[in-house]
Design a protein around this ligand. Structure first.
Ligand SMILES: N[C@@H](CCC(=O)N[C@@H](CS)C(=O)NCC(=O)O)C(=O)O
Length: 230
């Protein structure tokens, strides 16, 4: 089998979605840390939009997380994470879109960056960014709570799908913030889903393989380049 390579930086939410899916399917891969070249020519040659992850399989290189994990699920053996049923598949893709548009931007880009990533680099939090994001996060959690209140095991039903792995890394990072610690207990069905996901052998195996959480040096640039302004 040709070699599989994930390019990214270790704390990246989207990189960890890809690594969860690879781990779940027992695919051997190499992780290439781009931290020291983020935004430089070497990185932009792989991802012209200056982001990670990038995935390489032999001579095929692809970026954008949903495209990557779809390719991995179709290409490699192991448990399928994409439902055969077209409505279930639409539901899975709906939640992938929700994570991209409504979960990651507020939980991670706004709150986690302001509360963890910037202070770790001695950059003060922007309270306006946090204040703007918190009602959006509450809305996401309320929607998830309604969805999961029927006691289903996973996001779209009894079947574990890519949608669950899309949601997990954002909800993990947000759980490390004070705001996450205060908000989460108000959403018990969501907390049960998190416990189930955090307890999966896949999640434990990837966590054990990750290095200790270190500051993200290239994030210093985010404070200038793409910090929201309110
Ligand atoms: N739409 C992209 C989003 C990827 C993304 O935003 N990745 C973040 C890390 S979680 C990143 O590359 N940040 C680097 C930067 O903004 O400089 C995907 O689905 O892969």
């Amino acid at each position: 089998m040709p070699e599989a390579i994930v390019y990214g930086f270790p704390r990246s939410t989207f990189v960890n979605i890809v690594r969860l899916v690879l781990t779940h399917k027992n695919v051997a891969y190499t992780f290439q840390d781009l931290e020291s070249v983020m935004g430089k020519a070497e990185h932009l040659a792989l991802h012209p939009f200056n982001r990670v992850p990038v995935f390489q399989h032999d001579d095929f290189i692809v970026y954008e997380t949903s495209a990557i994990v779809g390719y991995i699920d179709e290409t490699f053996e192991g448990t399928r994470l994409t439902p055969q049923d077209r409505r279930a598949r639409a539901r899975m893709n709906q939640w992938i879109g929700v994570v991209n548009s409504y979960v990651y931007p507020y939980m991670i880009y706004h709150v986690t960056h302001e509360r963890l990533v910037f202070p770790e680099l001695a950059i003060a939090s922007d309270e306006r960014v946090v204040a703007h994001a918190l009602p959006k996060v509450e809305n996401v959690l309320a929607v998830l709570e309604r969805e999961l209140a029927d006691g289903r095991q996973y996001l779209i039903g009894p079947e574990l799908t890519i949608a669950d792995f899309f949601l997990l890394p954002s909800t993990f990072a947000f759980s490390l913030t004070e705001e996450g610690r205060v908000m989460y207990p108000k959403y018990p069905a969501f907390c049960r889903w998190r416990e189930r996901m955090e307890g999966l052998p896949t999640t434990q195996k990837l966590r054990a393989a990750l290095p200790p959480r270190e500051p993200i040096p290239h994030a210093r640039e985010w404070a200038n380049s793409h910090r929201p302004k309110y």
